[in-house]
Design a protein around this ligand. Structure first.
Ligand code: SAH
Ligand code: SF4
Ligand code: F3S
Length: 480
């Protein structure tokens, strides 16, 4: 691994960045992310952008000169949580001020985009607001925040933020672990009637293939073994292929799979209507593409699916899953569900349970419908009562949980490839993931971290599996 890292540490942009970091005063940065994986990726890119400006990350808000909350607006509770966090940070800011230390508080992410300058009215301790398409302006924004108040950057600029981002250093990549996120597509044109994403992330756009391939190479050369390609509608990916055309997600996966040292590719989140034939075939043909697919369906009733503007029927989803399973029989599925969308009757809800029974999911996320201002769903009459939503959610979650446990227990006794990611909870243990995203703990030497090994699953707990590393690998010591 170290040989590959050396390649990365040659002259070029990193050296220049390191030089700038050395000459700038050392400041501390605390970034907290809420919401989806894309926010995690964005937070990393913000840290990468600020590193050459002399900011080192800290895990304690109390130690930070700059605090960034990277926020989520998807449900009311997610958005409200930000304001209670901000209340706590205001106290941190005044305590630091009492000992003569200045603190800048920045609100980034989807609440920033949705609420803009409103945020200052609700919390005066905030210094700047920056949306998901403008965070490349963070260094400049922080410089301006030294003298100006109430700064807001929520434009969808004509020029892509990716043109301004800087690559992480190999140290940063190593600190983040062997599995990395890479945004390949952003925004959404689907306008499901419950969803704020098209408003907070803007119109769909895809990054060019060459840019993504280069980013993956940088990550892999610093030790990454698995990449998860991210997009709000990742399977609608159609990035410039460098030959005047557009590449599909399947073509992008094939290009990325050619990166020496990369073991696994995943992608999320997919829309059922964009599961193209070539992507389904890639699940059959591309060994690096993991047999796990997050394919949100939201509901099982055709009436509700139509009201949600999902543009497919329940039977279409079931048929699609059958097609995917024919291509890749061991594929495991996960999904998202919303209960209590306006007008949902008991019969509609039972159609959701029925779909879950028919498909069978390895895992899933399920939510009570949360009306979001500005989305068509929030204007609908027949909003479902909170208590009804709660009962339905419990019933759905009981079924999904039973399926998840059954899926986990069915693996006991079999041998699966595990990518080890980190030390385990106990000394002498290591932890990793199966191809199906289950956490596995096993006895094993730390030098297996970053490797995929056959592991015999010996037991299933409620949230993770316990395994035995195949003897030939477990006995492996550090090579002489
Ligand atoms: N792009 C993805 C989903 C992004 S949001 C897709 O198309 O499926 C993640 C999940 O949050 C959604 O799948 C949905 O289940 C849930 N969600 C979105 N808006 C919601 C709302 N208003 N109330 C409750 N759940 C919501
Ligand atoms: Fe939201 Fe629908 Fe777009 Fe997914 S496809 S991000 S649920 S509008
Ligand atoms: Fe939340 Fe924005 Fe992601 S609303 S789910 S952080 S795209």
């Amino acid at each position: 691994m170290s040989g590959l890292n050396d390649l990365h540490e040659g002259p070029g942009v990193l050296t220049e960045a390191a030089h700038r970091a050395e000459s700038a005063p050392r400041r501390r940065l605390f970034i907290q992310s809420f919401g989806c994986q894309m926010n995690v990726y964005d937070a990393q890119r913000m840290a990468d952008l600020l590193a050459p400006e002399g900011y080192a990350e800290t895990s304690q808000a109390e130690d930070a000169d700059v605090i960034v909350l990277n926020t989520c607006h998807i449900r009311e509770r997610a958005a409200e949580k930000i304001f209670s966090e901000l209340g706590k940070l205001r106290a941190v800011k005044s305590e630091r001020a009492a000992s003569g230390r200045d603190t800048k508080i920045v609100v980034a992410g989807c609440v920033a985009q949705a609420e803009g300058g409103e945020i200052f009215r609700r919390q005066k301790a905030v210094d700047a607001v920056v949306g998901p398409q403008s965070y490349h302006r963070l260094p400049e924004l922080l410089r301006r925040a030294e003298t100006e108040r109430g700064l807001v950057e929520t434009e969808f600029p004509a020029q892509d933020k990716f043109d301004f981002l800087v690559p992480p250093t190999p140290e940063q990549v190593r600190k983040r672990g062997v599995s990395a996120f890479v945004t390949v597509q952003e925004g959404c044109d689907k306008f499901c009637s419950f969803c704020v994403v098209p408003y907070t992330r803007g119109a769909e756009s895809s990054r060019p293939v060459a840019e993504i391939v280069a980013e993956v190479k940088t990550l892999v050369s610093a030790g990454v073994r698995e990449v998860t390609l991210l997009g709000q509608n990742v399977n609608a990916y159609h990035g410039a292929n460098g030959a005047g055309g557009a590449a599909s997600l399947a073509e992008l996966c094939a290009r990325i799979a050619a990166t020496p040292g990369l073991a696994r590719i995943r992608y999320t989140t997919s829309h059922p209507n964009d599961m193209s034939a070539d992507l389904i075939a890639a699940h059959r043909d591309e060994a690096a593409l993991m047999p796990f697919l997050h394919l949100p369906v939201q509901a099982g009733s055709d009436r509700i699916l139509a009201a949600m503007n999902r543009k497919h029927k329940s039977a279409d989803y079931v048929a699609l899953v059958a097609e995917i399973r024919a291509a890749r029989p061991d594929i495991a599925l996960s999904s998202d569900f919303i209960v209590g969308f306006p007008g949902e009757t008991e019969a509609d809800f039972e159609a959701t349970l029925d779909l879950v029974e028919r498909v069978g999911f390895a895992s899933a996320f399920s939510f009570k419908y949360s009306p979001r201002l500005g989305t068509p769903g929030s204007d609908l009459e027949n909003q479902v009562e909170e208590s009804v939503k709660s009962t339905r959610l419990s019933r759905l979650q009981a079924l999904l949980e039973a399926q998840r446990q059954a899926f986990n227990h069915a693996l006991v006794g079999s041998v699966v490839e595990v990518l080890f990611e980190k030390p385990g909870r106990h000394p002498g243990q290591i932890a990793g993931k199966t191809p199906y995203m289950q956490a596995v703990h096993a006895e094993g030497s730390a030098d297996l971290i970053g490797e995929t090994c056959p592991v015999e699953i010996v037991a299933a707990g409620s949230n993770s599996l316990f395994g035995r590393v195949a003897p030939s690998r477990a006995a492996r010591e550090v090579p002489i």
